[in-house]
Every structure is written in C-alpha cells, then in structure tokens.
Design a protein around this ligand. Structure first.
Ligand code: ADP
Length: 698
C-alpha cells in the first residue's frame, strides 16, 4: 500500500502514451520497420532518427515483452543524435531509455540514463528533459529507499518548474515531495504537499493528476487515522479512475479501499479488493506497486489471523523486491515477516527478521538522511527566495517603468488640458470681443439707421420747405410783378403828365417812387431766377462753354465798355458740359458782372480760365476789384447777404446764392479766394461725369 503512488505520476510525464490498441500498434511498428529496412541506406540522419524514434515508441506501447526492442531503437536514436551533435535529440533518447529501463524495473540502468540527461542538460536552461530527469531520478531513489537523493532531485525539479512556471511540473513535484514525506512517516507534511498539488491540479483541470492527489490524500488520511476522510478520498479517486478508464488508477484505488475495509473489519471485502488491485497492477506490469499491495495483503491476513497466507504473501513480496532491487520496501517486509513468525510462535525467525528490519531501516532512514534533507530543503528555499527576489526586482522594474509612463501620461494630459483651457479662454475672449463688436456695430447701425431716418426726415422737411420757398418765391415774384408793372406804368404816366405841377419836393418824391419800383423789379427778377435755378435735373446733352462765354460777353459788352473793363479768356479750350443753357449764362454772367461791379481804383479786368484737376474741371473768374475779407468768404453765398450798402454798390444779394444753387444741381462746388483791395477769384467745378473735352454735339 505504501508504494503505489510512484508509477502513477511517472505516467503523467511519460514522453509517449501507453493507452493505444496493441494490434494496431503492432501493424504500425511492422510497417515502420519495413520502411527502415528498405530505405535505411538512403535515409539522411534526421529521417533515420525520426523513424527509429517512432519504432522505439511503438515497441514501448506494446508492453513489457517488447521493451528490449524499444531500448534497442532508442539506443540507435541516441547514436544518431550524437552524430548530429543535437543536444535535444540526445536528451530525448536518453530520457526514453531511462524511462523504459525504469518500466523494466532495471533501476540501475535507469539511474545511469537519467543522470546522463542531467549531465547533458544541466547547463542548458529551458531544456524540458532536465526537470523530467530529476523527477524520474527522485522516483528511482525513492524506489530504492534513498530518500535523501529522492528529495534533492525532486527539489531540483520543483525549482526548474517554478522558474518556467510549468504548472503540470509543479503538480508532479509537490506530489512527489508528498510521497517522500509520506515514506518518511511525516504525514502532516505529506498532507500539505498533496494539498498543494491538488489545488494546482484543480486550477489546471487535469483529471489524471487530480486522481493521483485524491488517492494520495485517501492514503495519508488513513495514516492520520481519519478514516472518514480517507474513505471519502479513496472512493472519489476510484470513481475518477473508472471514469477515465485508467487501469493503474483503478488498481491503486481498490488497494486503498481494501485498506479502509480492513480498518473497518470487513475482511472479506478487503481481501477481494486487495486481490483485484494486485491483479490489475500485475496486468499493467507495475511490480513495485504489487510489492506494496502484497505487504498490505499480508497485514490483512495477519489481522485476520491467517498467518500462513500472510507469510506466503510476504515471501512473494520479498522475492519480488529482491528481483527489482526495491530496497525501500524491504524493511517493512522484514518487519511484517517478524510479526507473522511471532504469531506462529517461531521466535528464531521472528528475531532474525526483526534484526534485518532494524539494520536495513537504520541504514535507510538515518538521522543523517533527515539532516541532509533539511539542508537540501534550505538550499531549495534559498534558491526559491533568490528566484522570488529576481521576480520582485523585475516586477519593480516593470512597475517603475509603468510609473514613468504614467507620469509622462499625466504630463501630456496636463499640457493638453492647459492647452485646451487656453484655447477655451482664447475662444471665449474672441467670442466676447466678437459679441462686443457686434453689439457696438448693432448700436452703431441703429444709430446710423436713426441718423439716416433723421436725415431722411430732415431732407424731406428741407425738400418740402425748399419747395414751399421756391413756390413762395416764384408766386411772390411772379404775382408781385403784375401790380408792380401797374405802379411803374402809372408813376411813369404821373411823371410825364404832371411832373411840372409838382414843386421841387414833389418831384424828388416822384423820383424815389420810380427808383424803388425799378429796384423792386430787379429784386423780383432775381428772386424769380433763384426760384427757377436747380429745379430741373441736368440735361443729357452737352453744351459748349465757349459758346456760352460768347453769349455772356455779348450780353455784358455795353457794361464792360461803359466801365472801361476788359474780359480775358485765358484758356480758349473750354469743356463741354451737361447743363441748362440759361443757367450757365446766368451763372457766368453773374460772376463776370460782379467782377466788374466791385471794382476798385483800377479799370476792371476779369480773367476766365479752366483747368482739369482732381478729376474735375474747375473754372475760375478772377477780378482785380476790392476783394473780400477772410471772414466773409463763406458768407457771400448766403441769400440776401451783401457786404456793402446800396449807396456803395447796387444789388440784391441774391446773385451768388443763385450761382451756388445752379452749380450744386450738377454735383459741382463753388468757392472764392480773395484778398482785400487786390481782387477776388471765384471758382466753380464740373465733375468729369458732366464735362468733357471731346468733340460732342452741342
Ligand atoms: P449783389 O451783387 O446783388 O450785391 P451778390 O449775391 O452777387 O449780390 O453778391 C453778394 C455780395 O458779395 C455783394 O454785395 C458783394 O459785397 C460781394 N461780392 C460779390 N462779388 C464780389 C466781387 N467780385 N468782389 C468783391 N465783392 C463781391
């Protein structure tokens, strides 16, 4: 019962599966052998290796009888691997050689092969066969009772699995460590290791490993005398093995349950289960396990008080242990034999086997061994700690790197956030500014609209009042002319017929009346001119200013001659303009006659000129008269504005106002430059839109 655990886990790590149909496998191997025979000479090393490997595995599957052939082909593989100098292939073939040797119960050869694997691969990190070889070595050392080496090798394997984080390897290693403690009678520690193994197996969902752990836990609870738990685990392991159709597993589970039955005193059931277990173990060729079961069976018989059967079973177990060199099992066999001889009252043999038992046990489980195991465990723990420190360091480095990245991310985020805020601020100010501008523009527009409205109303009012004024001026001047004509006719008649009847004062009064009537006539004529000026828009036809000047000169000739005045037309090439003929005559005649009228000491001289400047034609009428003071330059264009008394210079003060009105109708301007006593120059302009130097039809 004690030794049943080892082969189960060996199966977990076998490099090939044994669960195949043997007939089919036979055919398969035969055909592969034929290929090898036919083509061996032509095959390259690589193909020869592969072919021999398949054949060796095939023989391995066929069972114990064919193991020698399997060994032969694995040896060919090894030699090819050496030729190829391929370390992986070398370790693969050596491992399989060890494995088959172990299956043959040839522990010495197996030890050599597995040690070879270790030798070849121990400096090769990551070689999958190194940990597996350590595991098999541990298993072998256990079989031969060298627990110290078994423990050391298993610890080596565990370290490798921890580094490579190989869960299946870890399950196996913890399980095997549990076994080693178990064999040492350290059941609490064994329980701990089995539990570790089981929880890893649960995580991984590996049914075969789970089975092994269940069985082991059943056994260890049995040792701890917790029979309830023991049966619970053993039944669970049996059910799982049956479900998996796993013969070896069923065999061990039955053996374990047999022990449980024995403890409960159910001897028949126990014997039956034990025998079934032994038969199945034999069937799968596991002699080491058979030895354990036979010891258990003998214990059962001893308890059942059937010492002969117990003796028989133990003798078979001992023979088998010697055959396979299973030293580890021998002390217990000796102990049991001593107990049986004691029961059948054979003190000599009882003493003999007791001595054998003590001698062998001491050599196997010495204090030194336990101490060495402790040291080995310490070394393992130091290695584990170093490994953990290395992992921690790496984790720290990763954490630091992550922290750095996080910091950078924070910086980037902060910068992006600030940039975003700045953008928002800028956008908001822009928006505010825009709003302000819009508001201001709105206000200005409203103001402008108000002003426009105001101007429009003012214009309308002005237009209306202008029209009214014009109407008034026209009506007044026109309608007043009729009674004035009557007064003029009758005063002229009075003077002609009755002048002699008046005394001197009467005649003087008559003179004033006639003079006033004349002035009033002039005033009414001027008013009529003013009211007519600017009433019609400029015509489309051009009129020659040169022609106009000829008319003006002719109209004023008498006056010019009377006053001994000269009229000079400086620029003979006067432009053609779009304006009313009568208004042009009126304008120029007014200005020329003023130039003559407001004469000083000198004979009057009036000069007419015309220039093109700033996109307009500017005509000038310059005189050498009395001039106008600076403060009156603007005022002279106002209606009825006169700078002198009637006694000094006759006039109505309407002439220049009429001129201004005429000029503004075509969009021109009128102004005066003057110096007192030196003369005045009156200017007026035509925009080019209404004036041209081209030859046009008048
Ligand atoms: P009127 O000639 O009938 O007085 P105007 O309207 O023609 O009226 O002229 C207004 C006033 O401008 C004149 O009374 C005069 O004082 C002044 N004035 C006009 N033309 C000249 C000029 N060429 N030289 C000096 N003063 C002038």
């Amino acid at each position: 019962m004690r030794f049943y655990l080892l082969p189960i886990l060996a199966l977990l790590f076998c490099s090939f599966s044994f669960a195949v149909d043997s007939e089919e496998e036979n055919d398969n191997v035969d055909s592969l052998l034929k290929v090898l025979q036919d083509q061996d000479a032509t095959l390259d090393l690589q193909s020869r290796y592969e072919l021999n490997l398949k054949i060796a595995e095939g023989y391995g599957h066929l069972g114990t009888e064919e193991y020698d052939k399997s060994i032969k082909h694995f040896l060919i593989c090894y030699n090819i691997a050496k030729e190829l100098n391929d370390l992986t292939k070398k370790s693969e073939s050596l491992f399989n050689l060890g494995y088959i040797s172990q299956r043959q119960n040839n522990f010495q050869d197996a030890l050599v092969y597995f040690n070879d694997v270790v030798e070849h691969t121990k400096n090769e990190s990551g070689n999958e066969y190194l940990a597996r070889a350590y595991t098999q070595l541990s298993s072998l050392h256990q079989s031969i009772g060298d627990y110290k080496s078994a423990f050391e090798n298993q610890m080596q394997a565990l370290s490798i699995y921890n580094i490579s984080n190989d869960t299946l390897g870890k399950i196996n290693a913890h399980y095997n460590i549990g076994n080693i403690f178990y064999y040492q009678g350290q059941y609490e520690k064994a329980l701990e290791s089995y539990n570790t193994s089981k929880s890893l197996a649960d995580d991984l969902g590996n049914a075969r490993a789970n089975y092994a752990c269940l069985a082991a836990l059943g056994s260890v609870y049995e040792k701890l005398e917790n029979y309830g738990k023991s049966i619970e685990f053993n039944l669970a392991s049996l059910r799982l093995a049956e479900k998996l159709q796993y013969k070896t597993g069923i065999a061990f589970a039955k053996g374990n349950l047999a022990t449980n039955y024995k403890k409960q005193g159910k001897m028949n059931r126990a014997e039956k289960a034990m025998k079934e277990s032994i038969a199945m173990k034999m069937e799968v060729g596991n002699k080491v396990a058979v030895i354990g079961s036979k010891i258990d069976l003998s214990n059962l018989y001893l308890k059942w008080e059937k010492p002969e059967l117990a003796l028989l079973s133990l003798e078979e177990a001992l023979a088998m242990a010697i055959e396979v060199d299973a030293k580890g099992r021998q002390p217990e066999i000796y102990q049991s034999l001593a107990a049986v001889y004691d029961q059948i009252n054979d003190p000599v043999n009882a003493l003999l086997y007791t001595r054998k038992y003590i001698g062998l046990k001491d050599s196997l489980i010495s204090e030194k061994t336990v101490e060495e195991m402790g040291k080995s465990k310490q070394r393992y723990e130091v290695r584990e700690q170093e490994h953990e420190i290395a992992i921690l360091k790496k984790t720290n480095e990763i954490l630091n790197a992550k922290e750095e990245i996080r910091q950078q991310q924070i910086y980037i985020f902060a910068i992006a956030f600030i940039a975003f805020l700045m953008f928002l601020w800028w956008y908001k100010s822009k928006l505010n500014y825009q709003n302000k501008v819009n508001k201001l523009l709105g206000e200005k527009n409203t103001l402008l609209a108000d002003k426009n409205e105001e101007i429009f109303i003012k214009n309308k009012q002005l237009e209306n009042s202008n029209e009214d004024l014009q109407q008034f001026a026209y009506v007044a001047s026109h309608d007043l002319k009729e009674p004035l004509r009557m007064i003029n006719s009758y005063t002229t008649l009075l003077k002609r017929r009755y002048n002699d009847l008046f005394d001197e004062s009467g005649q003087e009064f008559m003179f004033y009346v006639i003079d006033a009537v004349k002035r009033m006539e002039t005033l009414l004529d001027d008013l009529l001119d003013f009211s007519r000026a600017g009433t019609q828009p400029p015509p489309e036809n051009f009129i020659s200013l040169e022609d106009i000047m000829v008319i003006v000169e002719a109209n004023l000739r008498h006056r010019l001659e009377t006053l001994n005045a000269t009229l000079v037309i400086k620029n003979e090439n006067l432009p053609k303009v779009k304006a009313h003929r009568t208004q042009l005559i009126q304008l120029l005649q007014n200005l020329v006659s003023n130039g003559v009228k407001f004469k000083g000491e000198r004979d009057p001289q009036v000069t007419i000129d015309c220039v093109l400047e700033n996109n307009q034609y500017v005509m000038s009428i310059a005189d050498n008269g009395i001039g106008i003071s600076k403060e009156n330059l603007e005022k002279v264009f106002e209606m009825f504005r006169r700078l002198h008394t009637r006694d000094e210079y006759e006039g109505t003060g309407i002439g220049l106002a009429t001129c201004k009105r005429i000029v503004t109708t075509w969009g021109g301007d009128i102004w005066v430059e003057s110096e007192v006593d030196k003369g005045s120059t009156f200017f007026f302009s035509f925009p080019v839109s209404v004036a041209s130097m081209e030859q046009v039809n008048a």
